[in-house]
Design a protein around this ligand. Sequence first.
Ligand code: BGC
Length: 386
Amino acid sequence: MTQFPSDFLWGAATAAHQIEGNNVNSDWWEREHAPGTDVAQPSGDAADSFHRFPEDIALLSERGFNVYRFSIEWARIEPEPGFISKAMLQHYRRMIEGCLAAGLKPMVTLHHFTTPRWFAHRGGWRAADAPELFIRYVETVLPILRDVEWICDINEPNMVAMTRGEEGTEMAAAALPSPDALITERLIESHHRAREVLSTLPALSGWSIAGQAFHAAPGGEEEMRAYRYPREDVFLEASRGDGFIGVQAYLRTFIGKDGPLPVPEGTETTLTGWEYFPQALEICSRHAWDLTRGVPQFVTENGIATADDERRKDYTFGALSGLGRAMADGIDVRGYLHWSLLDNYEWGSFDPTFGLVGFNPDTFERQPKPSIDWLAQIARTGNLAR
Ligand code: BGC
């Protein structure tokens, strides 16, 4: 039986563009509506969480969870360069206060994949002054973060470096594009500068890294390490000295002599086409612990895209069992956030459903699935039971 510590934090995560709806000033919205776009479905109203965030907070607080991770949308705060929307700052402040009033610790992400259109037009993360502009935004939101305990400055910089590269588009593919070295450098600089700025707050700050549980196929050891380094390890190394590292894990990938191998025929896969592999979380937690040399961890995302809610419980049970083993070996993990609170816009499609809660696409009415009550019971007792 796995028993989590009584001060372990439990909750679920979301990201602004994936649930808020009508994020019209963001680069993603523009891409979704560009003539001949490669994006299958636009985000549209998403789950209308921009208006319904109080209900979303209540879904967690009423069940006894104690953390909600959400992101602030830069494109709303600064829709034009240097133009700051005070109303949008107040909107996100209300979200923070809504969490605190409901007994939830907000974990606030400052950048979750999307940027303002104008930032993208001037070269995005490749522009020489991209870190400067990001820091200006971080300084702008600083006052509303005054009583936030957990801040994630950038979500999955490793995915940003891969999916914003020349060839990059595919968010969901297991075989990852080559990371863009310049973007990697700019993101690491941005993170280190943001850490300085955020150190003026009482919060613990860090960033979240997409882990993939890379396995070497026979004879592929060296290739696996060479493949993993620029896609993951360089970002984990850059996390040394952070207040925490956000561990995010979903799947594993085998690397052979010629690169990543497809998921073998007959293997169970999820709605994103990834191998069903709950052990990924334990593997990524251990790897992050080694590479960061012991930075405290928070599982900032873990979950499964499935239409079978029983399978969601199985997956989560498997992932949490592995996390318990890693913690029993001394890895300092402070909390677990399930991805995701809601079914949402999975970067091009609403079909891969990751949510503990569904929603009616016409009325936006929230439809909790049995898995949210199952996870809440674990959260309240700390006892991992089926
Ligand atoms: C991202 C989320 C995404 C999830 C599932 C992570 O890469 O942070 O935005 O929805 O994985 O693909």
